[in-house]
Write a protein that binds this ligand. Structure first.
Ligand code: NOJ
Length: 534
């Protein structure tokens, strides 16, 4: 049996507002994306994950949908979407949509109807609950974006639950009508020929119907991340992350698998320990990602080793592997490389392309971009306003793609971009990197192409090997092929004690920087060895 196309595929995430603007309004759009398909194809991607393009009041930039079955005029409308899908399919590229079905915008007609209560036909499509006598919220659930996860609405004289902004009311998947409508959205797009979905907060479809308080994480057990944001001080086991969430994921999967050759993976933003419940060969979604690597700033071998050891006990999970997206600080910056560090970018890409999973690579990661600068009056992300300048929100990872170094706005748009183009990014523009054989972009292209030659890197299993504080070592293998992959994640030279061997054949894969000596494999700072040992 051949593996499905998505196993080990390279999925390129496009955040369309910031990718390429065709009409000069400063906001990227689908004709802009269409004009860059050569670029995506030259990178070697198999598929594009397209962040939301539906009509939206854009309080959360598309993650607040007001019509699930249309495409925003600002993005080019449905005609542009159809043209894009056709062009992608002609090139053999798959299109994965981002569906946000855990909540809607408060401008969605479903919410307007639900506001009517029993006088309308959707009273329970959202999570309404009685207000406390003192006007306070029904329980202690906190919004991921800060403050209570509940807002009062005078029309119903009740509170409604919103895990994110108050303008993103939670859809009540316990209501059969709401659930059926959400599943119908998937069918609508599957019939239009999309190849799959990334499901936003797929851990959050169900909430506890008794509305029990989330327990506090005891202060003694809290680390920096807990103290950094009040919602992180509670264990989110009742507002979301219910084990029974799996049942609705089964239903989602059945819809998707009712169509041939489609792929559905989820964002599992909390309680990463539950990935084995929510993803499986025969249950839950086909794949998914946690924030284990996305949240990490240490780039320590231990993080990767521990996660894959954890997955070794859950062989039914085919993970998505990701270091970067529109929600987290860009890889190079997060892993300690400041605004630019090409050597770190290359090593991180090599690791990304070597780990077991479906690879999710975020626009600009192939250029080695670090966090973009965004001044206070340029902040657009509601999360950015929370703690600025202590925390900058998510705009620094959403600044426009730099295409042409010396063009206005680095070729992203002829109009004023919705977020500023970073000047260091402009220097790193795609056209500059295309002309430089040593660039991160050419490295990414070569490495993705080389990876295709090694089935063990694509669909193979992984075994983490004993190493040390600097070095991550693992084996990727199929019955026919076994590869040793060794990475020095530190900025000091390192030595790795090789397993006993009779032969060694290194591959031209990754940044190199290895040799023998000191009783083992020596690795330069940020060096890597990938090869076969006999
Ligand atoms: C996760 C998305 O990736 C993020 O951008 C969004 O704000 C939240 N879910 C809410 O939809």
């Amino acid at each position: 049996m051949t593996a499905p196309w998505w196993k080990g595929a390279v999925v390129y995430q496009v955040y369309p507002r910031s990718f390429c603007d065709s009409d000069g309004d400063g906001i990227g759009d689908l004709p802009g994306l269409l004009s860059k398909l050569d670029y995506i194809q030259a990178l070697g991607a198999d598929a594009v994950w397209l962040s939301p393009v539906h009509p939206s009041p854009n309080k959360d930039f598309g993650y607040d949908v007001s019509d699930f079955e249309d495409v925003a005029p600002q993005m080019g409308g449905m005609a542009a979407f159809e043209a894009l899908t056709a062009a992608m399919h002609q090139r053999g590229l798959k299109l994965i949509m981002d569906e946000v079905l855990a909540h809607t915008s408060d401008r969605h007609p479903w919410f307007a109807e639900s506001l009517k209560g029993d006088e309308g036909n959707k009273p329970d499509w959202y999570v309404w609950a009685d207000t406390k006598d003192d006007g306070g919220p029904p329980n202690n659930w906190l919004s991921v974006f800060g403050g209570a996860a509940w807002s009062y609405h005078p029309k119903r004289r009740k509170h409604y639950f919103h895990k994110f902004l108050r303008s993103q009311p939670k859809l009540n998947w316990r209501d059969p009508g709401a659930k059926a409508a959400a599943l119908e959205v998937l069918r609508f797009w599957l019939k239009k020929g999309v190849d799959g979905f990334r499901l936003d907060v797929a851990n959050s479809f169900l909430h506890d119907d008794k509305l029990r308080d989330n327990p506090a994480i005891p202060p003694a057990l809290r680390g920096k991340a807990h103290w950094g944001h009040a919602p992180n001080m509670q264990k989110r086991i009742h507002d979301s992350n219910l084990p029974e969430n799996r049942k609705v994921l089964d239903e989602v999967r059945a819809v998707v698998e009712g169509f041939e050759d489609r792929f559905v993976f989820g964002e599992f933003s909390e309680e990463p320990g539950l990935i084995g419940e929510f993803v499986g060969a025969t249950h839950g979604l086909q794949s998914g990602y946690t924030f284990t690597f996305l949240d990490d700033r240490s780039f320590s071998p231990q993080i990767f080793a521990a996660y894959y050891r954890f997955l070794a006990d859950r062989p039914h999970v085919w993970p998505c592997v990701t270091f970067s997206n529109h929600d987290v600080v860009r890889t190079v910056t997060r892993y300690g490389g400041g605004k630019r560090d090409d050597a770190l970018a290359k090593l991180a890409l090599t690791l990304l392309f070597s780990l077991k999973g479906t690879i999710l690579i975020y626009q600009g990661e192939e250029l080695g971009l670090g966090a973009g600068d965004v001044a206070m009056d340029e902040v657009r992300d509601p999360v950015g306003e929370l703690y600025f300048p202590f925390g900058a929100g998510r705009d620094p990872e959403r600044t426009p793609m730099p295409w042409i170094a010396d063009a206005v706005n680095a070729g992203f748009s002829t109009g004023k971009p919705w977020l500023p183009v970073d000047s260091v990014h402009a220097e790193m523009a795609a056209n500059v990197q295309e002309g430089d054989p040593d660039s991160v972009l050419n490295f990414a292209r070569t490495t993705i192409a080389a990876r295709r030659e090694f089935p063990a890197l694509i669909t193979g299993d992984i075994e983490i090997l004993e190493a040390n504080d600097q070095v991550l070592a693992f084996r990727r293998f199929t019955p026919e092929q076994s590869l040793l992959c060794v990475f020095n994640l530190s900025r000091e030279p390192a030595v790795y004690a090789m397993p006993k061997r009779s032969s060694i054949s290194p591959f031209e894969f990754g940044p190199g920087g290895w040799g023998f000596g000191g009783g083992g494999l020596t690795l330069k700072p940020l060096g890597a060895f990938i090869g076969q040992i006999g």
